[in-house]
Design a protein. Structure first.
Length: 287
């Protein structure tokens, strides 16, 4: 089992501290850019819009992810609202980031007159890549872990970073030297494998239609989150059921249903993803 507990701070210069969480997030964006840029070039998309688009989407995802996390962990912030916007940051909610990131991406693509579904398919393996890298920020913050375990890859969590469910004595009953399931690692491995699967499918399966890969992303990530959410504690619940579990179940079923409908016997490929006509509305059209 793994006894090392990391320091969340990379470097301190006077009152300024650089946290591993931010470093990992930036590294994840860099790797994601490489994956998305190469896939966009392979598909013949206009990569000149990529840098600004990625910045806009990353900021939107950061805001949405932070908002979801704050709602999820409201008990930690209700008495200290400044902690919502001031470092050190302790987490992001993926579903919040997906919603705001996708909304920003769609608006940006429409503004730049880009094919939305094709770019969504390009972004799909990139989002799983971000998941694979970014989840390691949770490791340095000692968060996103599951119940105690005796498995060889169980990680140590200091008493100060434990949830009430697995608190150390005397407030709780979980041993000080207990080890826990590294849920961040499970999500990271799932993200890496999922990104590889989507990239292989994009190159090998000729029957895919624009939008299929992003639907597969939702099915893949939703399944992963649904399976792991039951191992988490102190999460956002409604009626005793984790909100993330409900969202995940709906996302998986919705994505699979849409995929099945799009590929039903006799279904025709849609032309809805064709780039908008760049000519002005009043331009003369040929006879």
């Amino acid at each position: 089992m793994i006894d090392w507990t990391p320091d969340p701070i990379v470097l301190s210069i006077g009152p300024l501290s650089i946290y591993w969480y931010g470093v990992v997030y930036a590294l994840g964006l860099a790797v994601t850019f490489v994956v998305v840029e190469r896939e966009a070039r392979r598909r013949g998309l206009d990569t000149s819009v990529l840098v600004n688009g990625l910045i806009i989407i990353a900021v939107a995802a950061l805001i949405g992810g932070r908002l979801y996390h704050v709602i999820d962990q409201w008990d930690r912030y209700r008495d200290n609202l400044l902690a919502i916007v001031l470092p050190p940051y302790s987490g992001l909610g993926v579903y919040g980031g997906i919603v705001t990131g996708f909304a920003a991406g769609i608006l940006y693509a429409r503004w730049k007159r880009q094919p939305i579904l094709s770019w969504a398919d390009v972004a799909a393996p990139g989002m799983l890549t971000m998941q694979a890298v970014g989840r390691w920020g949770n490791f340095f913050n000692q968060e996103l872990y599951g119940p105690p375990t005796n498995l060889p890859w169980g990680i140590a969590i200091t008493c100060a970073n434990r949830t009430a469910t697995w608190a150390c004595p005397p407030l709780g009953s979980t041993a000080v030297d207990a080890h826990f399931h590294p849920l961040f690692l499970y999500e990271s491995l799932s993200g890496a494998l999922g990104a590889i699967v989507l990239l292989v499918l994009a190159r090998r399966v000729r029957s895919l239609r624009p939008g299929d890969l992003v639907l597969l992303f939702f099915a893949w990530y939703g399944t992963t989150r649904f399976l792991l959410e039951a191992l988490r504690s102190n999460n956002w619940t409604i009626g005793g059921i984790a909100v993330a579990s409900m969202i995940s179940g709906a996302v998986v079923l919705g994505a699979l249903a849409i995929l099945a409908w799009r590929h039903r016997p006799g279904a025709k490929a849609t032309t809805a993803d064709a780039p908008p006509d760049p000519s002005p509305p009043d331009a003369a059209q040929p006879e």
